[in-house]
Write a protein that binds this ligand. Sequence first.
Ligand code: UT7
Length: 321
Amino acid sequence: MYGVKINGIGRAVPELELSNQDIAEFIDTSDEWIESRTGIKSRHISTGETTTDLAVMAAMHALKDGDIDAGSIDLVIVATVTPDSTMPSTACLVAKKAGIKNATCFDISAACSGFIYASEIAVSFIKQGNYKNALVIGAEVLSRAVDWDDRSTCVLFADGAGAAVYTRSSENKIVNILTASDGGGSDHITLPTLTRANRFNQTEMSSKYMEMNGKEVYKFATTAVPQNIQDVLNGTGYTPEDIDLFILHQANSRIMDSVAKKLEVDKERFFKNLQDYGNTSAASIPMALVDAKPYLKRGDKLILSGFGAGLTWGSMFIIWD
Ligand code: UT7
């Protein structure tokens, strides 16, 4: 088995910044409600930037950050629930635009856990020796998936992309990854595909937009995530108290505070940037990692943790290099 480390990270967001106040101009909500219930103050929304555009920008930043030549990338995985097309995959489009040739490219769908799921695949493949340099991207244009007349979702979700390059290494810095799911909770967050009824079946879709039972998802996240973090640390010789920084999916500041409390860890060790970006689903963890980087030093112990539709969840325990 080979070792693996993160060797370059990057992120990208659309230009348009939309504050809570801006949203309150066209829908019955308020800055006070959004910030006190979620911690979100602002977000970036596409005025034309596609999921592929954002993914490519994040990828280019990650390659530059790691001083990696596009030609050495042999695996590209994009985690997204808002691909520009079902085929070709976003990963193939990223490869084309970033100058990556002959790589294995595919997308995965695991919603807000997508970056952790994609990382587990990439890290396992590298450890087995199949690949040397994997580009893993979480990218979303969720502003296309929400109903802008539904205040229960449109104030939460936003657009962006984050990327990480995983590289074969003599030292292993990706200590453990543990993902899971519960299809029994599949109704709690849904987003239909764009596929229409066929000639022989004119059944109309009941909804075109993302729908979420926020309360159920909140309960699930604040129960499954602390357990999953305990489990991913199990057998490593470390406990939550030893972790320098927790980077959770940026869905709700209160979820992070609750997880901190359950793990009996100071909530200041939970990194937050959702105040500036909202909930960007698969993109949120690598985007937060980029913003956390200035505070990280070599040898820091990090937990990255995602949770969302499926229901899916997963955590990674890594040592920062
Ligand atoms: O990324 C995938 C994972 N997703 C999550 O982790 C999300 C988990 N869930 C949550 O973060 C929270 O449940 C929400 C932030 C989504 C909602 O917070 P909540 O405290 O659970 O609010 P609620 O849905 O129970 O709504 C409370 C009230 C309702 O009014 P009534 O029935 O009490 O009169 C809503 O109609 O707030 C109302 N409301 C709003 N008011 C102003 C809902 N959305 C809004 C809004 N502005 N945008």
